[in-house]
Design a protein around this ligand. Structure first.
Ligand SMILES: Nc1nc2c(ncn2[C@@H]2O[C@H](COP(=O)(O)OP(=O)(O)O)[C@@H](O)[C@H]2O)c(=O)[nH]1
Ligand SMILES: [Mg+2]
Length: 301
């Protein structure tokens, strides 16, 4: 199932004494055996206590391509390292494989679709361990659908409901490339700006890395120079809003799947994955007492 034939959640040189989630949050000795299912914020505690995990939240409206992008990263790592980064196991293999299988059945479908999530977006967390020249990195991915909040009041509720958001090391503002080149562009930009305002107003959402991802670049590229200009304009407007928060955003253009030979599937995935690894994870749990220190004060508004 995996490139290296198995999971690497416990390396041989480690003392196999790790906290087990007993439900009562009392650590007891033993080896933790991951179920392979996606974590919920309340079940991620043992992993977060055991490892330095960087949390990455993909934030963008339904259908913007969040799940397909993440599935693509996992899928590609099964075959070969991506720019020197290789698969190091996952505690959520069952869920990753299930999502990947559904994507791989592409030939049988007119429009391949990553499975609609059964749980609400933002409530599941997927794990990936990656090895590069610096060693092992642990990433925990969540997604957040932007349409759940249309004003700051809604957003405040969203932040409370999603502990991973306050703990995120990287938040990606995900732009749906397919819609960014249509008349919906203004709406996409406006919603992204509202989300950024919400992060700032919350006071508790302070990622070290606030980035922008434009998905479905295959479609934009195929639509020609005018479309590229429209997408670039949307990226620029959102980047300006990020800068107004005091951060310096990087923009990543990706194609998780593609029928455009000029933009192959997996386009842009390498630099994006690298950007998630260079952030030093905060040492904290997903509890309400989220870490309020750390180098994120520039987002406190
Ligand atoms: N052409 C193209 N379609 C994509 C790409 N990424 C996602 N899609 C499609 O966009 C739709 C929504 O993707 P999904 O990942 O489920 O979006 P989510 O709701 O943000 O998780 C699906 O039909 C995908 O096949 C891409 O890079 N290129
Ligand atoms: Mg999804």
């Amino acid at each position: 199932m995996t490139a290296d034939g198995g999971e690497a959640s416990v390396s041989p040189d480690e003392v196999p004494v790790s906290p087990v989630d007993s439900g009562a949050q009392v650590p007891v000795p033993g080896v933790r055996l991951p179920s392979g299912q996606a974590f919920l914020p309340e079940t991620a505690g043992p992993l977060l206590r055991e490892r330095n995990v960087a949390i990455v939240i993909l934030a963008g409206p339904a259908n913007c391509g969040k799940s397909t992008l993440l599935t693509r990263v996992y899928h590609q790592l099964q075959f070969a390292p991506i720019e020197g980064m290789s698969f190091g196991g996952s505690e959520t293999l069952v869920d990753l494989e299930r999502r990947c299988f559904l994507s791989r059945v592409e030939s049988g479908r007119a429009t391949p679709d990553t499975e609609r999530q059964k749980r609400p977006e933002g409530q599941t967390l997927l794990h990936l361990a990656i090895f590069d020249e610096l060693g092992r990195h642990d990433l925990l991915f969540g997604d957040m659908a932007g349409e759940h909040f249309d004003d700051i009041a809604d957003f405040a509720g969203e932040v409370t409901n999603q502990p991973a958001l306050g703990r995120a090391d990287t938040i990606a503002v995900v732009i749906d490339g397919e819609r960014a080149i249509t008349a919906e562009r203004w709406n996409i930009v406006a919603r992204a700006k509202m989300m950024l305002d919400g992060f700032r107003a919350s006071g508790s959402v302070r990622p070290a890395n606030l980035q922008i991802i434009t998905t479905k670049w295959d479609l934009i590229s195929a639509a020609g120079a005018g479309a590229v200009a429209l997408a670039s304009e949307a990226e620029r407007e959102i980047a300006d809003a990020v800068r107004a928060s005091g951060a310096d955003p990087s923009v990543f253009r990706t194609a998780a799947r593609s029928s455009n030979v000029a933009v192959p599937p997996g386009f842009g995935v390498g630099p994006l994955l690298k950007s998630w690894l260079i952030v030093r994870p905060r040492l904290a749990t997903l509890s309400a007492a989220a870490d309020r220190s750390g180098p994120f004060d520039r987002f406190t508004g």
